[in-house]
Ligand binder design. Structure first.
Ligand code: HAM
Length: 438
């Protein structure tokens, strides 16, 4: 294949196909997320993959990397500025406001599983299209929901069989207590400006809190002695955070306080958290915290001011989401067993024009009876069809030849012993079911 042709057959940089052999992992993740979500009273929501670009400028803060550098933004043919959604929370809040969900009993608990798009430098665990499973609780300020969201995120990972998960948690305060802290932080970094990276110098002007979030080694060293946000919380944020921790203490969650944890979106207030895989060195992973290289499987927090930023009323809310590719990456690494999706028990072989015609109907009768059947109808030789049956490891092959089709019978072949017997077509379903039970 020429280099040009090869390129033509390549998915765009940072994106990939989910091939049949990987679908079992995705099926499992979707199933477990749904199960956990429904168990905790979350209802499914699906929002469009495109949103008006203004939404992100209003809500995520123009100083976040995602909004500043990573959005896929374009103009529609009609000239409307549109963006491929980089995350789900803003869309969910937009939908909540658009559909007047304040009128529903509060809180409204919603979950989603959807692709997100970020123009990032692709590396292990970081893609330009990735999928998130998210849980959002809208319309309630009670700290018990902060704890519940964190618990649900962790639980989903655990129910998927993942080991060594841990949670880091922090409070980043609110619009009342953050300004004073910001001044302190600026004072600390001002004397060290020369040593900061280019992005951090910009952050000093635009959003000093994000200084703490810098992944550059030299900047990280400076964070160690930076003033702690937790020591500067107002009474309300302090009490809220204390209760979140007390609720978490009632669960078995292994959480760690990380006073330098800030998140990549400006919409957060009070509680922020991330779910990590502990003690794993992740190749190419850049999500570092406490000088250790760890993979963030998920994250979230409270976003009480987001609705107002979008132009709506006060809607206190909290949520979190998990990166589905990263979860699946860990499942594979930890060798989590997942059932094969297509495991046929019976192979249907046809020989001759008449039996080929009848085999479609017989296949459907077997399927309807709950028997998983395979075929290779395009092949005409018995040898080739038996080879396919062998490869699939079925217990039984049913052979419908020309004579059998005329006589209204089918040959049942036990694959292990090779023993064959003739069974009347009307009785075949019952006989197959009985044999499969043995
Ligand atoms: P986030 O931390 O940006 O938060 O993304 C959540 C998770 O998605 C990350 O922890 C990571 O596992 C995964 N993820 C993010 N970017 C990528 C990428 N480029 N490639 C692969 N996986 C990625 C949010 O998006 C917030 N909306 C979470 C939230 C929900 N906050 C409140 N509710």
């Amino acid at each position: 294949m020429t280099a040009k042709a090869k390129k033509q057959f390549q998915a765009p940089k940072g994106t990939f196909d989910i091939l049949p052999e990987d679908q079992k992992y995705w099926e499992k993740v979707r199933k477990v997320i749904k199960h956990v979500a429904i168990g905790y009273g979350f209802e499914r929501i699906d929002t469009p993959a495109i949103e008006s670009s203004d939404l992100y400028a209003l809500s995520a803060g123009e100083t976040t990397d995602v909004v500043e550098k990573q959005m896929y933004t374009f103009k529609s043919r009609g000239g409307d500025p549109l963006t491929l959604r980089p995350e789900g929370t803003i869309s969910v809040m937009r939908s909540f406001l658009e559909h007047g969900m304040q009128q529903l009993p509060q809180p409204v608990k919603l979950y989603y599983m959807a692709p997100m798009f970020r123009y990032e430098q692709p590396q292990a665990g970081r893609y330009r299209q990735h999928h998130q499973a998210g849980f959002e609780v809208l319309g309630d300020q009670d700290p018990i929901y902060d704890a519940q969201v964190i618990y649900v995120c962790l639980l989903a990972g655990e129910e998927l069989g993942l080991k060594n998960l841990s949670v880091e948690i922090n409070s980043i305060g609110c619009s009342k207590c953050r300004p004073a802290y910001r001044s302190q932080l600026l004072r600390y970094y001002r004397s060290r400006t020369a040593k900061l990276c280019k992005d951090c110098k910009r952050r000093m002007k635009k959003n000093p809190l994000r200084l703490l979030d810098c992944k550059e080694e030299k900047c990280q060293q400076m964070h160690v002695n930076a003033p702690n946000l937790i020591d500067h919380l107002c009474q309300e944020c302090h009490d809220h955070f204390k209760l979140v921790l007390e609720y978490l203490d009632e669960t078995s969650i292994p959480y760690v306080l990380n006073s330098h944890l800030v998140r990549g979106f400006d919409y957060y207030t009070k509680t922020v958290f991330e779910v990590f895989l502990e003690d794993e060195h992740v190749e190419g992973g850049s999500e570092k915290s406490h000088q250790r290289s760890k993979l963030a499987l998920g994250g979230g927090g409270r976003y009480d001011n987001l609705a107002k930023a979008l132009g709506g009323k006060d809607v206190p809310a909290v949520g979190g989401s998990l990166g589905m590719e990263r979860i699946i990456g860990v499942m594979k690494k930890q060798d989590v067993k997942v059932p094969t999706l297509f495991k046929p028990e019976v192979f249907l072989i046809q020989l001759g024009a008449l039996s080929k015609k009848k085999s479609l109907r017989l296949f459907e009768d077997l399927r309807k009876a709950g028997i998983v059947v395979a075929e290779s109808f395009g092949k005409d030789s018995i040898k080739a069809q038996l080879r396919s049956a062998d490869r699939l490891g079925v217990k039984i092959s049913l052979i419908l030849g020309q004579k059998e089709a005329i006589d209204g019978v089918v040959l049942l072949r036990e694959m292990d012993s090779g023993v064959q017997e003739s069974v009347e077509l009307e009785k075949i379903i019952k006989v197959v079911k009985d044999r499969l039970k043995k």
